[in-house]
Design a protein around this ligand. Structure first.
Ligand code: FES
Ligand SMILES: [Fe+2]
Length: 398
């Protein structure tokens, strides 16, 4: 394929996407396959979206003590999130200033007094300054006082740690103003000492990041993919039109939906026994799974028992790292005690693996199954996807 033809393909995709700005749920169909398979479109997303995206990489309770760290690769940038001796949480480069080795691997968690490179043991303080390097005394260009791991932009929003690759990024908090009051109430309750980090997730899936984010925006699939898991306490059939969609609009970066707890189901009843609900609890008037999406690829699930955070880190057009964690009132041995086998005590991992299995198959269909073009009509339970397409269009146009 010629370069000119490829460029035209990208222009066509952008024109198509622009058309989505006029649509609502009554006439929106799912995006054509090229949006999930085009390398060029993916490169544009990297440049225009992910080089300037606020992405959640954890909650401050996960970094309770100085020295607590977490390695994370954000759009190929290798970072370590670490709480310093001064109590501040920083997002530092995890690339050694000696000869580029990755100091903390993606997904690695732990605690240390210093950050040490595994290659030649250069050692850094928790704020990134070089602490020690051996056998450098004969090198005249070595000046320890000038060497540090660079820091990325980060912001803590109601307890959640976000990072951004753009040093000049617009601050996050004003962009989430519309949901700030709600999250402030939740943050105050999470800060009462009852909540602990209980479950982490770090998997790589062979699918485009947007498939996952769209999936995180609707409760329509609970009754399909999650028929034996999430759909029991939070069934699609009791999500009302009003519950299915809230947003600040296409100019905002947030949207969400509520899946009410089915108090008539055994699991719903048990959930209420464990975390007796009173109005106002976790900023809810009734017990819900409230899914709040933050563009481009972070989501939160808020329920009376806790808050989960979920972030998609695209590595290729058809490959996405999915990291997640949760802050819960419940002990992990209690959570998901209806589940046996490898997911015992890890109900979130089970649900996310269910999503990943089906989305990997969808990516295959998008890439190879060209006999079928989908009709693609969206249910009103998928209204947030219309907002997502508009948010994409706005960001890629800029
Ligand atoms: S590359 Fe890190 S100490 Fe050499
Ligand atoms: Fe799901």
């Amino acid at each position: 394929m010629s370069v000119a033809k490829q460029s035209k393909g990208l222009d066509e995709l952008l024109t198509t996407l622009e058309g989505y700005r006029q649509k609502d749920v009554s006439n929106t169909v799912t995006l054509p396959r090229e949006f999930y398979t085009s390398e060029e479109f993916f490169e544009l997303e990297r440049e225009k979206i992910f080089d300037d995206a606020w992405l959640c990489v954890g909650h401050e309770l996960e970094f309770a003590n100085p020295g607590d760290f977490f390695g994370v690769n954000v759009a190929h940038e290798q970072m370590v999130i670490v709480r310093g001796q001064d109590g501040k949480i920083r997002a530092l480069s995890s690339v050694c200033r000696h000869r580029y080795a990755q100091i903390i691997e993606h997904g690695e968690r732990g605690n240390g007094n210093v950050i040490q490179c595994p290659y030649h043991r250069w050692t850094y303080d928790l704020d990134g300054k070089l602490n020690n390097a051996l056998f450098l005394e004969k090198n005249k260009c070595f000046d320890k006082s000038n060497i540090a791991l660079p820091e990325y932009r980060s912001e803590i929003w109601n307890g959640f740690i976000f990072v951004n690759l753009n040093d000049d990024a617009q601050p996050l908090a004003p962009q989430l103003e519309g949901v700030n009051e709600q999250m402030k109430v939740i943050a105050e309750q999470v800060g009462n000492g009852e909540f602990k980090p209980v479950e982490y997730y770090n998997e790589t899936w062979n699918c485009n990041w947007k498939l996952f984010q769209e999936n995180n925006m609707e409760g329509y699939h609970h009754m399909g993919v999650h028929i034996d898991s999430l759909n029991k306490p939070y069934p699609s059939r009791i999500i009302s039109f009003e519950d299915s969609h809230y947003t600040g609009g296409e100019d905002s970066i947030w949207s969400g939906y509520n899946a009410p707890l089915d108090v008539n189901h055994e699991l719903g009843k048990r959930s209420l026994e464990r975390t007796p609900f009173k109005p106002g609890d976790m900023a809810q008037s009734a017990p819900y799974l409230n899914v709040l999406d933050v563009f481009p690829s972070t989501a939160f699930t808020i329920s009376p028992s806790g808050v989960g955070w979920f972030t998609l880190l695209p590595t290729a057009v058809n490959e996405t790292i999915y990291i997640a964690g949760s802050i819960s009132r419940l002990d992990p041995s209690v959570t998901g005690d209806d589940i046996e086998g490898k997911y015992k005590g890890r109900p979130t991992a089970r649900v996310l693996d269910e999503d990943g299995d089906i989305l990997g198959g969808i990516q295959h269909s998008l890439t190879y199954g060209k006999k079928v073009e989908p009709v693609g009509c969206l249910s009103w339970q998928e209204q947030n996807l219309t907002t997502f397409y508009k948010q994409l269009a706005r960001k890629l146009r800029a």
